[in-house]
Design a protein around this ligand. Structure first.
Ligand code: GRF
Length: 203
């Protein structure tokens, strides 16, 4: 069984979609821990509702960013995690975490990467509107030390409509995020994802 760790900093709607998929038997995994760097994050309430252990690992409790991320890594390993999903995690992951779980950390980003990477929601969606693209969407990718640039595992596209606002586009993409993320984690649970020469394949 895949032992999943979640890292979240905010509202936690993706964490909620993943935990609901596990609870409803649509995703064969055990949610081992949800770790946050924001002690007030709603994601903590979400985890508690699903009976998932939580930990707050805040920057101010550590002398350096690397010390904080080392604590995050240690917590993940202590909970027996073999797969990590970033679910609105606002910090850039340090190699100390990435190297401990190579090709086993995924992120969801609210754009069709490689377009509009490198910023946090809702900036990617706003940038898509400014660029006048006709398709927007979300990407699940492997986390590497290069921001939003790891191997792409899956994408979901939505149309950009003429009267879209940032809010309406964010909402349309979020529906797809909640569908795509648990699905892709299921592929990992089933051992269907391989990564070779920086390209992810699903068999
Ligand atoms: C989502 O837009 C996700 O794509 C991005 O951050 C946002 C997190 O939202 N990485 P939530 O905390 O999962 O509701």
């Amino acid at each position: 069984m895949m032992h999943l760790g979640l890292l979240a900093s905010g509202r936690g709607s993706n964490a909620e979609a993943i935990l609901a998929a596990i609870a409803e038997g649509r995703l064969d995994a055990d949610a081992a821990v949800l770790i946050t760097d924001q002690p007030g994050a709603r994601a903590l309430d979400v985890a508690a509702r699903f009976g998932v252990p939580t930990e707050s690992v805040t920057r101010s409790d550590f002398s350096s960013r690397v010390a904080q991320q080392t604590a995050i890594r240690d917590s993940l390993l202590r909970h027996g995690v073999d797969m990590v999903a970033l679910a609105g995690f606002a910090a850039i992951l340090d190699p100390v975490v990435v190297d401990a779980l190579t090709d086993r950390i995924v992120n969801i980003h609210p754009s069709l990467l490689p377009a509009f990477g490198g910023t946090m929601a809702p900036e990617p969606q706003a940038a898509a509107l400014r660029a006048g693209v006709k398709l927007a969407g979300c990407t699940v990718h492997i986390v590497t030390v290069d921001i939003d640039a790891g191997p792409i595992v899956a994408q979901a596209a939505v149309p950009v409509l003429p009267d879209d606002t940032v809010e309406s586009l964010v909402a349309r993409i979020l529906v797809e995020e909640h569908r795509l993320y648990p699905t892709v984690l299921g592929w990992f649970a089933d051992g269907r994802v391989t990564i070779s020469d920086g390209v992810a394949s699903v068999v």
